[in-house]
Write a protein that binds this ligand. Sequence first.
Ligand code: AGP
Length: 616
Amino acid sequence: MCGIVGYIGFQKASPILLAGLSKLEYRGYDSAGMATIEKNKIKIVKDKGRVENLYHLDETKKLEGSIGIAHTRWATHGIPSKINSHPHADNSNSFCVVHNGIIENYMELKKFLEENGYHFLSDTDTEVVPNLIDYYYQKEEQEDGQKVLRAVKQACSKLIGSFSLEILSVYMPDHMIVVRKDSPLVIGKSNDENYVASDIPAILGYTKDFYLLENFEYVVLSRDKIDFYDQDLNPIQKHTTTITWDAMAADKSGFDDYMLKEIMEQPTSIRETIGSRLDSDKCNFDELSFTKDYLSTLHQIYIIACGTAMHAGLAVKNTMEHLCKIHTEVDIASEFRYRNPLIDEKTLCIFISQSGETADTLAALKLSKENHAKTIAITNVLGSSISREADSAIYTHAGPEIAVASTKAYTSQITLMLLLIIYFAEVLENTDTAELKKIKDALLGLPNKIEDILKNTDTVATIAKNLFKEKDVFYLGRGIDYTTAQEASLKLKEISYIHSESYAAGELKHGTIALIEKDVNVIGIMTDPNLVKKTVSNMEEIITRGALTTAVVSDATLKLVDSSLFHNIIVVPDTITYLSPIITIVPLQLLAYYVSKEKGLDVDKPRNLAKSVTVE
Ligand code: AGP
């Protein structure tokens, strides 16, 4: 959580910092601030509230410096307030810091610094950092060009937790120092100007050449030079990675909200995910080299993730078992990491994460490696922590996802997982090739089917006009439709703040049906021809109790139900059952979107949430 951005060059820094912060607001938006150095003095402007507030402050207009650091906050320690906003400076205003992450041992460090004469203004964990740097700077006896860097290094060696830091100092007024540990940070290189940010889209408008930092690499930036050091401060060489997204990919491109844009992009993002993987006879995964021997001796596969990414795992669990005949479990990363799971070298762990930075997923990955499991990361962000930590990384290539509510990442995650499953099945040679061919053809047909859904959004927009007034909504489904119900329910609650639950349709009568009364809204997902009749029976039980029902059916299952039973019907195109979550979720993403709009809420920045959950 939290977004940081930095600029060093020949232009006025503040407009560049503000533009970068606006693009990073999906990471947190309860306060914002920035600092520049002018005439050897650190100048800080910060306040509670959104980045937009900073634009209007007189102090912002007065910032002239051409070197600056900035921060948009998702509060962890201390309420959102001006004093708790970043940047934070040391007591003598010689060092100034923005920080993304959490300093777990900040209480001990605070005590230590207080005993050494320092005092604190805020309730944050971050404020210890500039003061600790100052403490070590004062202790340094050797006067040379690396005195500040050594103080930063000594301070960082005392920090427990996660951090990406941008540091300004009056002792090096033409430089910026940055470092990261378990929190993301990239450096953008341009001519006589350099940029730093938590995420590529924030600075994609200025450069396409990026350095991806490893943990404890220290970087000293000036306007025309970037020097890299390892954790012992030995100089190191790094190479840039060129990013192929254009800046438009990270803009709203005329849509009211990022979420709507990202829903609409799904035909394209799925095409990108498939890419050239289906070009040949065999499913193409050059970055992996699994052998029949290895896969056939596996005892189990774990798919581990959080939130929507975990739902993508649920959507493919049965497919993995059916096609590869390997026992597969899906686990929530925050549970997995603390439950002492049974994993060994005969376990394959697959981690799904859009951001590639989710703290619990990263911790679960490290745990799996410690227990000798082989690990694969499925992420959307090149060079992200999870993709670098795993034994192998494969990318969804869905393009930047900015809205907090994940949409196109989910459909791309399922698509990529299905491709991976086909690849495993082909290596294992234990599935009929005709069946695999059917799935491949169906995958290639997905984008056109989603385009058809997106051409006509009137039905869901109309349903939203009634649904937005509700307090509770239930989503029901069986089999693969139950996994879609779970994701649809999460989508609705996170952006509309309506209480919503998902249930396996057959489970309802074991308790929850007690909540069904007249006019309660229930959405039944029934796209699996083998299970539709069963779910209809469950829907009839709730219709008898006065519920208002919406049926989500496919062209094929529509023929198997009496549509007059339901108040609303949403019809999606047919596909083979394994792929149905990718299609069925689309109108339900739109439904959540329209409900949120009807309520007048901020769709892209729902309350209390942040896009990238880099804290536990
Ligand atoms: C989805 O809409 C959420 N905002 C959230 O559940 C998200 O999927 C989860 O935090 C995992 O994020 P990741 O994919 O970046 O790891």
